[in-house]
Design a protein around this ligand. Structure first.
Ligand code: GLU
Length: 423
């Protein structure tokens, strides 16, 4: 399935999942399928060594990556992940999903992703800054406001984007706010960016629920990962009358059939960065999370969580993929057979990069919008994109995932064809 000599995907690895998803869309691409191989190879992958001096005087080396998967529709765009399990292959898959995602919401970007194989929690603030600055310098040869624009992902945040912006600017000799998005507000960041991914999960979830006749008022929601994405989505579902009945994060799994108190939940998460200390809920075995009685399930952590076995146990009617790549292809089939609707990552979590696009536009024009303007525009883009995907799924009788790939791949491959092969 992968023809690349430098990766060796296993059946459950993210790049394998991505390739299987591309294979499923091929029958719907018509003559454009001629260009489809483009989607199975990242255009450019940069692997860098990131050496830093630790606070105790020792020197440590970290493995860093930046992959530009496809640039047919514009500059590369996608986050940077700091996680101990990051690999080139994972970053390739995440970059591929960015290509699809950006095209699915018609942003003028290609797809890219970066990462460092590190547990950022084990570094001091100064070490984190040194590592970020050295990584930015190393990938500085391929990033830029018109070339490739990083942003936060798992394990990175606004402060890290601030250091990246400063490092790039120092190296090029001019303040370049548009080189990264998800920056602090005072450095050209955008209002609404922090919660944008979660807001997009809510908007696509609201629309999907309406279409299948699922009322949000009283709906029971289970969330895996209460970080930036899952936390913001849970809050918005709470405001719409839904109740949070189960939460899983790295500290364990908690359930409360009567609903968590949202204000308390968010306070604990803000204080501890985890749900573990929340009092008013019962602790259950991690694996039992997948059996919880709920209407809406939001995987908002890492890849490969919904295996075929777990897909058979899920009680929800609606799965909203806040994370990238949480569902294995065979599990997609199980969920479809069981009548569980999946709003796939490549549209469900596109709210983050959509507001990143707003940030990039605002930086260029040095004219900043109100939070209301941003949220209204985000809502409209997500609703319109989902409508087109829904209609495509209806027309071909295919899943929302394959429909999202069909809409996106048509845009990408038409651009590919119109640009032409160089030379
Ligand atoms: N890391 C986010 C994602 O996976 C956002 C990327 C961006 O804003 O460029 O969509």
């Amino acid at each position: 399935m992968s023809y690349l000599s430098y990766v060796n995907p296993t059946a459950t690895s993210p790049w394998h999942t991505y390739l299987a998803q591309v294979d499923r869309v091929l029958p719907y691409l018509g003559p454009l399928a001629r260009w489809a191989e483009t989607l199975k190879r990242p255009k450019r992958s940069l692997l860098v060594d990131v050496p830093i001096e630790m606070d105790d005087g020792t020197v440590r080396h970290f493995e860093g990556y930046r992959v530009q998967h496809n640039l047919s529709r514009g500059p590369g765009k996608g986050g940077v992940r700091y996680h101990p399990d990051v690999t080139l292959e994972e970053v390739m898959a995440l970059a591929g999903w960015m290509t699809i995602k950006n095209a699915a919401v018609a942003l003028p970007f290609g797809g890219a992703k970066g990462g460092i194989r590190v547990d950022p929690k084990t570094l001091s603030r100064k070490e984190l800054e040194r590592m970020t600055r050295r990584y930015t310098s190393e990938i500085g040869i391929i990033i830029g406001p018109q070339q490739d624009i990083p942003a936060p992902d798992v394990g990175t945040n606004a402060q890290i984007m601030g250091w990246m912006m400063d490092t790039y600017s120092m190296n090029t000799g001019a303040t370049a706010t548009g080189v990264v998005t998800g920056k602090p507000i005072h450095l050209g960041g955008s209002l609404g960016r922090v919660k944008a991914t979660g807001r997009g999960v809510f908007v696509t979830g609201r629309e999907a629920a309406r279409r299948i006749g699922l009322k949000l008022d009283g709906a029971r929601v289970a969330v895996q990962g209460l970080g930036n994405v899952g936390g913001a989505a849970a809050e918005l579902f709470g405001q719409a009358g839904a109740k949070l009945v189960a939460v899983q994060d790295h500290t364990g799994t908690l359930v409360n059939a009567n609903g968590f108190d949202m204000a308390d939940t968010m306070e604990v998460v803000k204080r501890d960065g985890a749900i573990g200390a929340y009092k008013d809920a019962e602790r259950i075995d991690n694996e039992a999370f997948w059996d919880v009685d709920c209407d809406i399930l939001i995987p908002a952590a890492l890849e490969g969580q919904i295996t075929p076995a777990r897909a058979n146990r899920i009680k929800a009617k609606l799965v909203l993929e806040g994370a990238n790549g949480p569902t294995l292809p065979e599990a997609d089939d199980v969920l479809a057979d069981r009548g569980v609707l999946v709003v796939p990552d490549v549209i469900c979590n596109a709210g983050g990069v959509t507001v990143s696009y707003f940030e990039w536009v605002q930086d260029f024009s040095s004219f900043f919008w109100s939070e209301d303007e941003i949220n209204v525009r985000l809502d409209k883009i997500m609703v319109d994109a989902l409508k087109k995907i829904w209609d495509t799924a209806d027309r071909h009788k295919i899943s929302l995932r394959t429909a999202t790939f069909a809409v996106a791949c048509e845009r990408i491959l038409v651009a590919r064809e119109e640009r032409g092969l160089y030379p």
